[in-house]
Design a protein around this ligand. Structure first.
Ligand code: RTP
Ligand code: MG
Length: 140
């Protein structure tokens, strides 16, 4: 059964552009509750660890440099069917392929600088939430 939580980041491009508020508004209007959130900045090493599953991919090095290039927001979101519904809300990885009205269609600058992250499974949502938030920070 699907759990009701997912994990997201507002990536450096969207944070830098001042789009965090507009993106969080879309997330809340879509029915997600923000149950943990912080502004932070990844080191290249931490970005490398977070995206470890992609380490054999050609874009891995660029992705780690990009994700550690500036501040981000990290957040845990709650909603029924959270993982799948959030992936729908953000749209395809490449904004050129993202559906109209999705967060990436509206805010992403490129396939790499694509505004937001969304977990791709319940298992990864839990792993990723635990990566950023300790137990006391996710008691809500
Ligand atoms: P995310 O994990 O950030 O939610 O994105 P995703 O599932 O839609 O895409 P994924 O395949 O997991 O890729 C992770 C992130 O790597 C960057 N990327 N760059 N240059 C490229 O071809 C390329 N492909 C992917 C993007 O920032 C993507 O979100
Ligand atoms: Mg992914």
């Amino acid at each position: 059964m699907a759990t009701n939580r997912t994990f997201t980041m507002i990536k450096p491009d969207a944070f830098e552009a001042g789009n965090s508020g507009a993106i969080l508004k879309m997330i809340e209007e879509a029915g997600f509750k923000i149950v943990a959130m912080k502004a932070t900045k990844l080191t290249a090493e931490l970005a490398g660890k977070f995206y470890e599953v992609h380490q054999e991919r050609p874009f891995y090095k660029d992705l780690c440099a990009y994700m550690s290039s500036g501040p981000i927001f990290a957040a845990i979101l709650e909603k029924d069917n959270a993982v799948e519904d959030f992936r729908k809300l953000i749209g395809a990885t490449n904004p050129a392929d993202a559906a109209e009205g999705t967060i990436r269609k509206i805010f992403a600058k490129s396939i790499e600088a694509n505004a937001v992250h969304g977990s791709d499974s319940d298992e990864n949502a839990a792993i990723e939430g635990n990566f950023f938030f300790n137990q006391a920070e996710r008691v809500l």
